[in-house]
Design a protein around this ligand. Structure first.
Ligand code: ZN
Length: 410
């Protein structure tokens, strides 16, 4: 393999993915003005519908702008020796390969995040603000960023150091040890994310005693679900958009409801949302998702181990000496078409799981309150009621509203 061929593969992948994403966005945007299907005609009134169209269009245009910027940035970095420059900086700081890798990735990740900062600032304080979603302050916004960086530096730094240490110690078998560590990490995060990470960003409290809690408890008892942890999180600190999610398993399983969800929905509708979340657990979706991410990580690491000793993978990104960290960047881009495909599969199963969870709520509770809650949630987030099927196939982890309603009413 020649490094020039690998270099052209990298360019081809970056530009190909950009074109594919742009075409998908364009197809989707062409449907923004489609007539709304009868089943969901009552989601918006005329004025809200206009607002939702404006919201979709604004995000579409902004998306074109940011994706062009990202593509140009990485192409410029590749073509004008950006990676070689960062690699030199890292080499000048230390002779230790682990420290060099930490500096290399630290500069690239923090640097690209800083370059993207104006875009996420604009998204939050101009677009979300204009459409009435934003509740966050600039202080919260920047403190969030700092916390995210700190977490990335600590967790990412630790994992990266371990991987390189495994590589130095076990050669290409490093992937097996890395896989074991990452698997433990994935399981640990699923169990304790809500306890350890969420409190860094949000306040959460057990759901207060009252009619909602007793309705939820009587439903949970009816379906034989041992639910001790129902938490309410202050999502309203950042956005008016509402959500609910399930996490953990065994004793650590918990349902988290956004305060915005509790404000927006009637009690029956909240119980229906909860029934849907419990459906995910009862149908073992949590376990399947965990197993899938562990498996996909293993496949990726195995393929990485086959590529890591090819100096061309490093040299193709423009550095002048091969290294583990440079090879990781090259591999990351070369692997992205595969991760696009596994992403499609994951989305496919995720949409299937959504129907199953909806069915569970329909059979053990009722369909109509869930329909009502889905409509309200769509209305309050100005969501797209007429997405293009190809776009749904590629990007949607949840089926479009209309399909979920048809399934619930069937
Ligand atoms: Zn769901």
């Amino acid at each position: 393999m020649d490094k020039t061929i690998v270099f052209y593969c990298i360019l081809f992948i970056l530009i190909g993915e950009f074109i594919l994403a742009t075409v998908m966005n364009y197809l989707n945007a062409k449907r923004f003005k489609d007539p709304i299907p009868a089943e969901v005609a009552d989601v918006f009134n005329a004025e809200e519908y206009k607002k939702s169209q404006a919201y979709k269009l604004t995000n579409y245009k902004f998306g074109i702008f940011t994706s062009v910027f990202s593509l140009l940035l990485i192409l410029a970095f590749l073509l004008f020796g950006g990676f070689a420059w960062v690699d030199h900086v890292a080499q000048n700081q230390s002779d230790n390969t682990i420290i060099q890798a930490l500096i290399f990735f630290g500069i690239i990740m923090i640097g690209s995040d800083i370059l993207n900062l104006p875009f996420s600032y604009y998204q939050t304080f101009v677009i979300e603000e204009k459409f009435g979603f934003n509740k966050t302050t600039t202080t919260t916004f920047f403190i969030d960023k700092l916390k995210q960086w700190l977490m990335t530096i600590i967790v990412g730094g630790l994992i990266l150091s371990l991987v390189i240490w495994f590589f130095q110690w076990a050669g290409t078998n490093f992937w097996l040890y890395t896989w074991a560590v990452v698997t433990v990490f994935i399981l640990f995060m699923n169990l304790f994310y809500s306890k350890l990470i969420v409190p860094l960003f949000n306040k959460q409290q057990p759901l207060e005693a009252g009619s909602l809690k007793s309705k939820i408890e009587s439903y949970a008892a009816e379906v034989g679900f041992d639910l001790k942890n129902i938490f309410v999180i202050n999502g309203s600190k950042r956005s008016t958009k509402a959500n609910a999610y399930f996490s953990g398993f065994g004793k650590e399983k918990r349902v988290t409801l956004y305060d915005t969800l509790i404000n927006d929905l009637e009690e029956e509708e909240i119980v229906a949302v909860l029934a849907h979340e419990i459906g995910h657990y009862k149908r073992k979706h949590i376990i399947y998702n965990l197993a899938a991410s562990v498996l996909l990580t293993g496949v990726m690491l195995l393929i990485l181990s086959l590529f890591i000793n090819n100096p061309e993978v490093s040299l193709a990104i423009g550095v002048d000496r091969p290294s583990f960290h440079a090879a990781l960047i090259g591999f990351g881009i070369l692997y992205s078409p595969i991760s696009e495909i596994t992403g499609l599969l994951m989305n496919h199963f995720s949409r299937k799981f959504e129907y199953e969870a909806d069915d569970y709520a329909k059979h053990t509770y009722a369909a109509l309150p869930l329909v009502a809650s889905l409509k309200k949630l769509s209305k309050n987030s100005l969501s797209n009621l007429t997405p293009h099927p190809a776009y749904v196939f590629m990007h949607y982890s949840h089926p479009p509203l209309i399909d979920r309603i048809r399934n619930l009413k069937a």
